[in-house]
Design a protein around this ligand. Structure first.
Ligand code: APR
Ligand code: PHB
Length: 398
């Protein structure tokens, strides 16, 4: 065995969950080391969603990483739903006593967090290979990994599994220790990032016979758009012109909305899945973010849910180190899961409401299609229904 050392919390994964936890702990004088499989450029280059709930913005401020977010983030107090040939605005602030969301790319959140960790002397081991959590049944866990050809051992009090859906931490748990719940959807999103002005001032979610579409943005000159496609779609069948054409069809091009074309900076496919692993703790190993749950991107809850997990875990670790108490650690999984399931419900509902479900063999979805239309019509006509959407979209409290 090569080098051996010790830290308080070993964090696996430098996505938003792991980075935010490390940064928050640092500000309370609690030490951590992050082990990340990929290199820094890869982590900072991943294009993901970009709608931050108020609670997410508040916690990023508390972590001291919100300067650029406060300067560049776009505050949105509403968004539009288009369907049945109509468009309706959900007035987030009016329906929720003034709550809003902020449009700011997750990629930028990640860059800000990495810069802050490194500036404060924090340790992120990029390109850590064969990361393996050990002895987490007891109170003396350790993590082994190799880096630049050398074996390492990191002893710690706790392991935070922030290593995403395909990470090693959840997979290291004994099979009978967790129960998983999963749903895959019979469609995916083809997403583009384009150097073009957004289609409108606010996001537009569209239900259309040709499939769902979403017009979003990253700035006044960068658009982020999505169109529903099949889950095993071949990207080569989607030349740029076809994507713009589909967006125009599905979103419509009328007063106040115009699909502005521009060169593409990114084009990729996002699969759609709902997934939850219970519980989110085993001994001294705690799962957070995508390592424990996935939501389909409709409603942009993925990053926000990772952040609320970190809020609960951070508070619990601070209580442990500062007050020598572990009741918050004991309640972590139940508390986090209570909020996770509500966000799972909302993401599943919004996905089901807005997408075109393909007919299954021998089954015509005519009835379900009418139900979808009726639900959209109800939503557009009922303030009560809109309040439910707005309350969830801006984020449930944590
Ligand atoms: N060893 C070390 N690191 C790993 C391993 C491993 N075996 N497996 C995965 N990782 C790293 C990944 O490379 C990634 O950088 O863990 C990190 C997990 O980050 P994310 O996938 O971004 O997950 P999370 O931090 O929970 O953020 C959730 O990101 O994926 C989106 O939709 C999701 O918006 C949500 C948010
Ligand atoms: C995005 O801007 O990438 C985005 C916005 C809203 C969503 C999902 C993704 O629901």
């Amino acid at each position: 065995m090569g080098k051996s050392r010790r830290t308080q919390v070993c964090i696996v994964g430098s996505g938003p969950a792991g980075l935010l936890l490390s940064q928050l702990l640092h500000r309370q004088g609690i030490e951590s080391v992050i082990l990340e499989r990929r290199d820094r450029a890869y982590v900072e280059g991943r294009i993901r969603a970009g709608v931050l709930e108020q609670g997410t913005v508040d916690l990023l401020r508390e972590a001291g990483v919100a300067d650029r977010l406060d300067r560049e983030g776009l505050v949105h107090d509403g968004f539009e739903i288009a369907g049945n040939g109509r468009r309706h605005r959900i007035a987030l602030d009016e329906l929720t006593n003034g709550k809003v969301v902020t449009v700011y790319g997750q990629t930028e959140v990640t860059k800000d967090l990495i810069a802050a960790r490194l500036a404060a002397g924090g340790e992120i081991v990029f390109e850590a290979a064969d990361v393996t959590p050990n002895a987490f049944d007891g109170s003396k866990p350790f993590v082994t990994y190799s880096h630049q050809g050398q074996e390492h051992r990191l002893d710690c009090d706790f392991i935070a599994g922030c290593d995403g859906f395909h990470g090693v931490c959840r997979q290291s748990l004994p099979q009978n220790a967790i129960r998983t719940f999963e749903r895959t959807y019979p469609f995916a999103w083809l997403g583009i990032l384009a150097k073009a002005a957004p289609a409108a001032d606010e996001l537009i979610y569209a239900h259309h016979d040709r499939g769902f579409a979403l017009c979003s943005m990253r700035s006044e000159s960068i658009s982020r758009h999505y169109v529903q496609c099949s889950p095993n779609e071949d990207l080569s069948k989607w030349p740029d012109a076809r994507i713009w054409d589909e967006l125009r069809h599905r979103i419509g091009d009328t007063d106040g909305h115009h699909i502005n074309e521009g060169p593409l900076l990114d084009k990729s496919i996002t699969p759609m899945r709902s997934f939850v692993a219970e519980p989110m703790r085993h001994g001294s190993l705690f799962l957070a973010g995508d390592a424990a749950h996935i939501v389909p991107p409709t409603g942009a809850k993925g990053l926000n849910l990772a952040v609320s997990d970190i809020y609960y875990l951070y508070r619990a670790l601070v209580q442990f180190y500062k007050q020598s108490m572990s009741d918050l650690l004991d309640r972590y999984s139940d508390q986090a899961l209570a909020r996770v399931w509500k966000a799972e419900r909302f993401s599943w509902w919004m996905t089901s409401l807005l997408h075109k479900f393909p007919n299954e063999a021998g089954y015509d979805r005519a009835f379900e299609n009418r139900m979808q239309e009726a639900e959209i019509a109800y939503l557009m006509s009922s303030r009560a229904a809109q309040t439910v959407v707005a309350e969830n979209y801006v984020g449930l409290p944590f």
